[in-house]
Design a protein around this ligand. Structure first.
Ligand code: ADP
Ligand code: MG
Ligand code: ZN
Length: 488
């Protein structure tokens, strides 16, 4: 198998996160009733003139700067001719040469190794409308056309053929999505079709310089799908080559259910599109001040934030990676941390505890409910309070879990639940001594074992104390008292 090298280049389309479309003032809102977000421009009425949305240019320049691109100040557009049943004007306004951004790069880490992936370009173009072939489960014998998406701004990012495995492709897309979410230049949701990807795959004998013939897999709409489609395509191409056949340059479609790619059509070449300068949009130069102003809007990016979390908060690589993978998670964490600071309870152990609660208890529940941390019923304020109560010994970690359940169900703060349920930790030594004495009296076997040197037997006695106290006895005090009593 390893006689061949896998070569992959990605073309990623991301819907630009602006309120208005790119060449008119219609809303980009997802899920509106069909054709509600349309006007003479985005329905391609004869004679309608496109007007460029400045915010869309800003978003692309911002993305380009964050990915180390050279920004081309010359801003101009081209017509790409095509028969588009979902674009009545039968051409797409896009950018040929120059694109807004040239020669960027993104470093990804795969299997612990750094890999630089060069990105050829990012350009601005308009999205197409949507053909509808079925309503509900009913297949139509005609097609409906929804132009809500027509002329929504897209940024198209094209990589060099620098990706050499399905995992590198997945790593690239994951990192790209994370950065773009930080920049807020696209919502990047593959489920809503706001991020789509064409995958170009070829193989070549290891050591050969020349690239093999590529196959393009169009319109992938899930990250795992990209990885699986590449893996499938590599296997298929090897089988073709090894049985003496030739790879045909073509466009294929990924059939997610069957896990295979299927031939769709032979590939058109750039010549077929007959690009020419868009006469309705005059070329212009981006002012330096515009670019510098965009540069100032770039926030701290995930890699730098992760390094800071490790350095300043003493978090593990794993925790820092989890927290900073999405901006909203990192923001939630730092908000909670600030509350702990205000309570003078910000130290290494509370920082780690907080990270842990977010990456386990909270994320598990949010995942099950399929909601984001921004919609979490447990606010950063309330989670900070809970950590504070563990830190100052009011509750044990075990009770905290019970309280957390209620906090999540009722969007309540921990204090009110503790009061309501009487769940405060018992730290009164006299009370604990009494429970310990009972537990010792009822665990003769474990006591004998412990006294004959089996330290582990202590666990059973502690367990009984916790059971008797309904989990409320302070574990440190229990431990101390049991040892005192048993060593006598
Ligand atoms: P088109 O616009 O016709 O799809 P491009 O030349 O812009 O073609 O290339 C599209 C993508 O295909 C780029 O990401 C590029 O890196 C990738 N690519 C080009 N040649 C190969 C190849 N032989 N194998 C794999 N990927 C390739
Ligand atoms: Mg292509
Ligand atoms: Zn419009």
């Amino acid at each position: 198998m390893d006689d061949y090298e896998v070569v992959v280049g990605l073309e990623v389309h991301m819907q630009i996160n602006t309120k208005a479309k790119v060449f008119c003032e219609c809303s980009t809102q997802f899920g509106a009733a069909p054709n509600m977000n349309t006007c003479v421009i985005c329905t391609s009425q004869p004679g309608a003139i496109p007007i460029l949305n400045k915010r869309a240019v800003e978003a692309i320049v911002k993305t380009g700067l964050a990915l180390n691109f050279t920004i081309n100040k010359q801003c101009m557009f081209s017509r790409k001719q095509y028969f588009y049943p979902d674009v009545p004007k039968n051409y797409q306004i896009t950018q040929a040469e120059p694109p807004l951004c040239s020669k960027g790069k993104l470093t990804v880490i795969v299997d612990g190794k750094e890999k630089v992936i060069n990105i050829t370009r990012i350009h601005l173009e308009e999205d197409a409308g949507k053909l509808i072939h079925e309503v509900g489960n009913r297949k139509l014998d005609y097609s409906l056309l929804d132009l809500n998406r027509a002329s929504v701004g897209l940024m198209e990012l094209v990589t060099e053929p620098d990706i050499n495995s399905p995992e590198e492709a997945l790593g690239f897309l994951t990192e790209l999505k994370s950065i773009v979410e930080y920049l807020d230049t696209s919502k990047c949701s593959m489920e809503e079709g706001k991020m789509r990807c064409d995958v170009n795959v070829s193989i070549r004998p290891r050591g050969q310089r020349e690239l093999g013939t590529r196959v393009e897999i169009k319109n992938m709409n899930s990250m795992a799908g990209v990885r699986d489609a590449i893996a499938y395509e590599v296997k298929r191409q090897k089988a073709v080559v090894e049985s003496g056949g030739d790879i045909v340059q073509e466009t294929r479609l990924w059939q997610a259910q069957e896990g295979i790619t299927k031939s769709m059509r032979s590939k058109e070449s750039a010549m077929d599109y007959r690009y020419f300068p868009e006469p309705d949009l005059v070329p212009f130069d981006l002012p330096d001040a515009f670019i510098e102003n965009v540069r100032k809007q770039i926030p701290e990016l995930p890699k730098i934030r992760k390094a800071r979390f490790i350095r300043d908060y003493g978090l593990s690589e794993y925790d820092a990676d989890y927290l900073t993978s999405m901006k909203m998670i990192a923001d939630y964490y730092e908000k909670a941390l600030n509350i702990l600071k205000d309570k003078s309870a910000d130290n290494l152990s509370t920082r780690k505890l907080l990270a842990n609660w977010i990456s386990t208890e909270l994320s598990a529940r949010l995942n099950t409910a399929k909601i984001s941390i921004m919609e979490s019923p447990v606010t950063s304020q309330n989670l900070a309070e809970l950590i504070f109560l563990i830190f100052n010994g009011t509750i044990s970690g075990k009770i905290a879990k019970t309280i957390f359940e209620e906090m999540y169900e009722k969007s309540a703060n921990p204090e009110s639940i503790i009061k309501e349920k009487g769940l405060t930790q018992i730290s009164d030594e006299l009370v604990i001594i009494k429970i310990c004495e009972e537990a010792i009296a009822e665990s003769q076997k474990a006591v004998l074992e412990f006294k004959s040197g089996k330290e582990r037997a202590l666990g059973a006695i502690i367990g009984l104390v916790m059971k008797k106290s309904k989990g409320q006895a302070n574990p440190q005090i229990v431990n101390k008292i049991l040892l005192e009593k048993l060593k006598k």
